[in-house]
Design a protein around this ligand. Structure first.
Ligand code: NAD
Length: 444
């Protein structure tokens, strides 16, 4: 099928590459000239496992192309995806300006019936706003004869496994009440709907709300466990034992119940805020979601508090090795990452940081530039040189294996602050470390 995707971020680019791989002719449109120039040469602006070869293959087969020319994009696609950002506005509600700009752009260049599909995460009622924006633009151009439909098709990919998630989705939600729209999307997604039925067709508003409900449920699980971890901390219980104890109940399940230093990224924080704002606009109070958000904000300070508790408020003259900058493993994304709160708290207290992340070094450089109190290191061992203590902020696979003897011989002091409960407290104790973790008794 002829497909156009507006927005070549995590969602748009991955979706486009996967649809091209399945044999569709896909054109990607973005307003970022530099990004498009680089993509044309096969340079991928983000780190996502499996994405680069798929994009290169798409370019080589001629199934995938990139452009800043919206008119060409709209002319090409019968199915047009909107996959642009929906960042939080000042009051936390989703900023729909990019989505509505694209809607008007599509209307300006329409040359026949178009199926306009919202893939961006947008509040309930946005499809109506997109429809109104398209209608208004068509009316201005005296082209109200042109037919179109607005479909909601929220995206559930996870950064770090985005390609795999799009190739083998858990579910594909199609929000429409038009039979023709449903049929078009069923056809597009047929290669991803083999073995068992994954397509769920529902009305547009339910589809829009499903996306927020899914992310907010996951954020709730994380904040719930972090709240339990804080209680465990105070009463001397072990949150890891509690996790296994509750996860063994299939009604709870093991997934997404790890205590840590908070969720980050571009989705959970903004989607929780946006649903709270939607509820408030409706005259409702979102009590649970407000608590989820405030627990998360506090949790991002958890490790900094432990560090200050150990060393005192003044960290001048101290250097910390920081392992992990991205908000979770397998991505270079540092948006709302707990590591940022940690870095800024350490700097405020006068400390220096030697940081290493397998993928997010460029992103860290872009965010913080060069500064005297930050050294970006080439490896996890390099980060340890001259550091008083190790701080772990992200559970990358390569941080899970620890050579305790090496660590002890390199660090100035045998102290570890583990924000992701990666190590065995009894082993750390045996090796003579002071070991601080989340919701488990500290060893000091
Ligand atoms: P992103 O910020 O990585 O990318 C957005 C892209 O849209 C940018 O390249 C930007 O230049 C482009 N853009 C902005 N205005 C444009 C316009 N008028 N025309 C063409 N391109 C334009 O965003 P993302 O992470 O891919 O997220 C996109 C949407 O998908 C958001 O609503 C997000 O909530 C949702 N989502 C994200 C994820 C995720 O893991 N990142 C998962 C599911 C859903």
């Amino acid at each position: 099928m002829n497909v156009t995707v507006f927005g070549t971020g995590y969602v748009g680019l991955v979706q486009a590459a996967v649809l091209a791989e399945a044999g569709n002719k896909v054109v990607c449109i973005d307003i970022d000239n530099e990004k498009i120039d680089r993509l044309k040469q096969g340079h991928i602006p983000i780190y996502e496992p499996g994405l680069e070869p798929m994009v290169k293959n798409g370019i080589n087969t001629g199934n995938l192309s990139f452009s800043t020319n919206a008119a060409d994009g709209v002319g090409h696609g019968e199915l047009i995806f909107i996959a642009v950002g929906t960042p939080p506005d000042e009051d936390g509600s989703a900023d729909l300006s990019h989505v509505l700009t694209v809607a008007k752009t599509i209307a300006r260049h329409m040359n026949g019936k178009k199926f306009i599909i919202t893939k961006s995460t947008v509040p309930v009622g946005t499809a109506d706003k997109v429809r109104a924006a398209v209608e208004e633009q068509l009316a201005e151009l005296n082209r109200s004869d042109l037919a179109f439909d607005i479909i909601s098709n929220p995206e559930f990919l996870k950064e770090g496994s985005a390609v795999a998630d799009c190739m083998r989705p858990d579910r594909i939600i199609i929000g429409t009440s038009e039979a023709e729209s449903e049929q078009k999307l069923r056809h597009l997604y047929a290669p991803f709907n083999r073995n068992h039925e994954k397509i769920l067709v529902m009305d547009v508003k339910s589809a829009e709300l499903t996306k927020y409900a899914a992310n907010c449920m996951l954020a709730t699980k994380i904040s719930f466990m972090n709240e339990m971890a804080n209680i465990a901390d105070k009463v001397g219980a072990d949150i890891e034992a509690v996790r296994k104890g509750i996860g063994s109940d299939p009604r709870v399940g093991y997934q997404f119940i790890y205590a840590g230093i908070g969720y980050g990224g571009s989705c959970f924080p903004k989607d929780v805020k946006a649903l709270i704002a939607s509820a408030q606009q409706l005259g409702l109070s979102a009590d649970i979601l407000s608590a989820v958000e405030s627990r998360n904000e506090r949790q991002k300070h958890y490790l900094a508090e432990k560090i200050l508790g150990h060393y005192g408020d003044n960290l001048k003259g101290k250097t910390f090795a920081l392992w992990g900058l991205s908000f979770k493993p397998n991505t270079d994304d540092m948006r709302e990452a707990p590591s940022r709160v940690l870095l800024e708290r350490l700097w405020e207290s006068g400390a220096k940081v030697r940081a290493f992340d397998p993928e997010a070094m460029d992103e860290c450089r872009r965010i913080y530039g060069s500064r005297d109190d930050l050294v970006l290191c080439n490896s996890k061992y390099d980060a340890l040189q001259g550091a008083n203590a190790l701080v772990v902020a992200t559970e990358w696979q390569q941080f899970k294996t620890l050579d305790i003897d090496d660590l002890k011989s390199i660090l100035v002091e045998a102290v570890v602050f583990d924000g992701r409960n990666q190590y065995e407290p009894s082993e750390m104790q045996k090796a003579g470390f002071d070991y601080y973790c989340v919701g488990r008794p500290d060893i000091n």
